[in-house]
Design a protein around this ligand. Structure first.
Ligand code: S3P
Length: 172
């Protein structure tokens, strides 16, 4: 079994995933990094040179390939589970854990990480976060086995929350 962490940009999927994997002897897989390795370029370059639709296609292929493997903590991209095939593929082999955060926290975290999100290269970033969240939340919630809020919590605390909630061996 895998653990898949998903949810909006800036909720801490990668930071929490790394800790969770290490504490439980599971492999950590960052889907965005896998996509970049497969495409041979960064996500902003894929968006710029090939467009979002091409990115979503590579994202789906990569998600299905990763989902077919076992004993991993998978940090999804913010849009991964919005694709039905990817969502179903991941759900079959993974506990689906939705991480959430308040829009202001999301903005703070993505700004601290620099200009890496093509979808947030806009003037009104908080407005854009809020409207994307409103559109995505119903889909995120439907895909979730478990929902963990990360607002005002460190990645370590969130990893512990998850372990307490799922108990036992996350990879079993
Ligand atoms: C996206 C989120 C990003 C990355 C791409 C698109 C999205 O991943 O996959 O920029 O649609 O929300 P993170 O959530 O890891 O930033």
């Amino acid at each position: 079994m895998n653990v898949a962490l998903f949810g909006f940009m800036g909720v801490g999927k990668s930071a929490v995933g790394r800790i969770l994997a290490e504490r439980n002897g599971l492999r950590f897989v960052d889907l965005d990094a896998e996509i970049e390795a497969r495409a041979g370029k960064s996500i902003p370059s894929i968006f710029e040179e090939e467009g979002e639709a091409a990115f979503r296609e590579i994202e789906k292929t990569t998600a299905l390939e990763v989902a077919a493997r076992d004993r991993q903590v998978i940090a999804c991209g913010g849009g991964t589970v919005l694709n039905a095939e990817s969502r179903e593929g991941l759900s079959k082999t993974s506990r689906m854990i939705l991480l959430t955060a308040e829009p202001a926290t999301i903005l703070e975290r993505v700004e601290a990480e620099g200009e890496t999100r093509p979808l947030l290269q806009v003037d009104d970033r908080i407005g854009s976060i809020e409207s994307l969240l409103a559109a995505r939340n119903p889909h995120y919630i439907r895909a979730a086995d478990l929902i963990v809020d990360t607002t005002e919590r460190t990645p370590q605390q969130v990893a512990e929350d998850i372990m307490n909630l799922i108990g036992g061996e996350p990879g079993a």
